[in-house]
Write a protein that binds this ligand. Sequence first.
Ligand code: ADP
Ligand code: MG
Ligand code: ZN
Length: 511
Amino acid sequence: MLIASPWSWLHDIPRIAERWLPLMFFLCMVAIVYLLWRTLSVMPRVRPTHVEPGSRESVSLADVAGVTEAKAELQEVIDFLKDPKRFEQLGAKVPKGILLYGPPGTGKTLLAKGVAGESGARFFSQSASAFVEMFVGLGAARMRKLFDEARKRAPSIIFIDELDAVGAARTGQGFTREQDQTLNQLLVELDGFSPSDQVVVMAASNRLQDLDPALLRPGRFDRQMLVGPPDLLGREAILHVHTRNKPLAADVDLAVFARQTSGLTGADLANIANEAAIFAGRRGAQYVSAADFDSAIERVVAGLQQKKVLTEKERRILAFHEAGHALMSHLMGEIAPVQKVTIVSRGTALGYTLNLPSEDRYLETKEELVDMLKIALAGRAAEQVVFGRVTNGAASDLEKATEIARAMVFEWGMSDVVSSRTLRADNYALSEETKRTRDIEQARLTDEAYAEAVRLLEKHRAPLDRLTVALLEKETINREEVLHLLSDVEPESRASETVGTPRVISLPSEA
Ligand code: ADP
Ligand code: MG
Ligand code: ZN
């Protein structure tokens, strides 16, 4: 009996293969085409987000709280997008490139969306990192397409998030040709605007200093707005926005929570409002109570260990410290008028006092420099006067003072004791002896300035307290408010006394 071997069908394979070869070839082609299509279909994922005016995702400026200054400035852009003729008639050029900068979560994206929502413009948004592609030229092409599309469907707003991804200053290293091309394309697009294009380009970045200066030139992102962390009133307003659709219990006072969240951003506050509602939901409650907020703040703050949320006591010390700087600036007269004082923490600074030189200065007298020393040391002096002890928070103040005093003695020859020889040039040739006397002299300058700062703050304790109270209440006070609070305080600078009448020497006129 002949039994077919179970493997006999193997002999058939060549025949079968021959018959089915065309089909297999066809199937392979289908697979390849399918894979290609899959790869390319990733593209729609990086297409710009696009919000139609009046759609559900559209945001109104009322949803953005606490950034009053930026909002006021952006009103101009909204007016332009709504009615460009009004401006064209007058020959006015409205800013086309606006850069919003500030820490993450402060509402930059939200602001840009709000401008689109208010003006009825289409909103095209794309993160700059999406332009950074593996293939050279692809990012640039994408950039071109984004602008073309926005122009075609004007009025529109183009929002480029994380601008640093393509716009970081070119350091020569770590910057690829691809990024370079994309940046160049962006510059070309920005330059290629005609005034009749109803398109406004907005961009967001964490830090202004990191950006390529070419981006900030006139005609490009020449309007820059700081979107910083909110102050006390701002935080309360943001909490209002994010609790609008949440039923609150009677014991909830948002002002109290605003006070407890110094240093947090809008995104953090939105998070807190949401967490509070979740806590309430878990309890099965009908309303979100104050206790829910307390738990939410605790949780969110714990999750943000790097962020500085000050205790009430630290806030008081900080307020006195900054009030000290501000009061001393005022006392020193014209040398460095106070522009703004704040105890809202930003970056590594817990608070800061912004001084603005009244005019561009190139020359300073020795007396003025001593006044600068007093201003720099006044924060620490205020801690000493009020609390009888100082904190470790004044390191950068001390650094600044040391730098000034050092330059005075070692470079500018501004010491009564040692000669006016500059020692910058022959630093190496410094004998130990010379170095010691100068070090002592430098220390004497700072020590005397500090002692004088303490004396002045003790003398003006009442206005110091007044400034501090205002700071604790509002967290940020501007120039007008400072002047108002200190209207009865006369400047005490020695610098102005010593300025003599300049002798004017008439120079022979140039022939
Ligand atoms: P950024 O772009 O500055 O990083 P976003 O605009 O993306 O910040 O903010 C993230 C979220 O935080 C917003 O969607 C909003 O819910 C909330 N938020 C941030 N800032 C504000 C603000 N000023 N007012 C209201 N909500 C804010
Ligand atoms: Mg954002
Ligand atoms: Zn200080």
